[in-house]
Design a protein around this ligand. Structure first.
Ligand code: ADP
Ligand code: MG
Length: 348
């Protein structure tokens, strides 16, 4: 009978339809602890087994970078700091060369407002500890004398693996750029493993590749003046990094004054004027250093430094809550609540 003869075909068609309807692998999300922060990694459209396998590699790489670049625990970085102090030439451990070379370029482009050579100052403020400092700020004369030593990345020369500092007070702290460099490395690893739709979010600093299914990745920008609240949403497009530096990340209060972890190398004190700076650009290393540099530059000087660093998509929230934004950033963000005070101006 024709109807019966057709049965296997109909069954096959039905089975095929069922298979087709099976949910394709969609979102996979996991959280790792590294660089002193929670790192959330999300993939789209990756099989669970493959995702787990790649995450194991990511975890290993993060651990390696964290140990190699740590600013105050003994390791390759502390050894480099000992050798820089001697002002004699030496061969640097290659595991730290990559971020140091990039940090040097970015420091020079920022007129040394991003200055990872001021580790002595950051240590004096007590930020070289897992616990936050407390009590009065360091004595003013000690701060003044460290500022007068004028340690800068330009004091370092790097030729292949040979490194030398001409200033014994150059001591490196890559805290302002390590997360960005690490995120770039992890995204490169994901791409090598064939993962093309992912987002790596290190405590609100992130880089995205591809899309979240049929829409772009969407992320929130923290409101620097309201703990845990989102100021605005933004789409992170393929290959874009979104980095924010804020005075709410690591700080302590003493006698009604807030002392936070982003130090103005010109004064030796926590940078005044900004509450947070958000930067969008392709390279996460650049975004990280630029967010720190523009935070230090503050409401008066951020446009000049942004221009010098090749950054056009910026938002700065000042200490009073006024928002300075470039047209490029304004076109990208949607504020949760309309800002009370907003000034649109280009990087210049
Ligand atoms: P976050 O993303 O946590 O706000 P940043 O990327 O702005 O942090 O980096 C802040 C860290 O960078 C500090 O904890 C310190 O280690 C280091 N740092 C502080 N001031 C400067 C500066 N002017 N230039 C470069 N690094 C800095
Ligand atoms: Mg930074």
């Amino acid at each position: 009978m024709p109807a019966l003869r057709k049965t296997p075909f109909v069954l096959a068609l039905f089975a095929g339809l069922l298979l087709g309807c099976q949910p394709a692998p969609t979102e996979y999300r996991t959280t790792l602890l590294s660089f002193g922060t929670l790192i959330e990694i999300t993939f789209w459209g990756v099989e669970k087994d493959k995702a787990n396998e790649v995450i194991k590699e990511v975890e290993k790489d993060l651990k390696f970078m964290h140990n190699a670049w740590h600013a105050w625990q003994p390791g390759p970085m502390s050894r480099i700091n000992e050798l820089l102090q001697t002002t004699a030439p030496f061969s640097a451990n290659p595991s730290v060369l990559g971020p140091i070379i990039r940090a040097r370029e970015l420091a020079i482009a920022s007129d040394h407002l991003f200055n990872p050579a001021i580790s002595e100052l950051i240590g004096l403020w007590g930020f070289h500890s897992d616990d936050l400092p407390h009590g009065p700020p360091p004595p003013a004369d000690k701060i003044r004398s460290l500022v007068a030593q004028n340690p800068r990345m330009a004091d370092i020369t790097i030729n292949d693996v040979r490194m030398q500092s001409r200033n014994p007070h150059v001591k490196l702290d890559l805290g302002g750029v390590a997360k960005g460099y690490g995120v770039d490395q992890i995204i490169t690893l994901l791409k090598h493993r064939g993962i093309n739709n992912a987002i790596v979010n290190a405590g609100g600093d992130l880089k995205a590749i591809g899309r979240h299914g049929d829409r772009p990745w969407k992320v929130g920008i923290q409101d620097p003046r309201k703990k845990g609240a989102v100021l605005a949403m933004v789409e992170a497009l393929d290959g874009e990094s979104v980095f924010t530096s804020g005075n709410y990340e690591r700080f302590y209060d003493y006698q009604g004054h807030r002392y936070h972890h982003i130090i103005d190398p010109r004064t030796g004190y926590p940078a005044a004027g900004s509450s947070s700076v958000t930067v969008i650009c392709p390279d996460a290393t650049t975004a990280d250093a630029a967010a720190t540099a523009l935070f230090v530059a503050g409401p008066k000087d951020w446009q000049r430094i942004a221009r010098q660093m090749g950054i056009s998509t910026v938002m700065l929230v000042d200490e009073q809550g006024k928002i300075y934004i470039t047209p490029e950033m304004q076109a990208r963000v949607s504020f949760i609540e309309p800002p009370a005070s907003l000034q649109v101006s280009k990087a210049k």
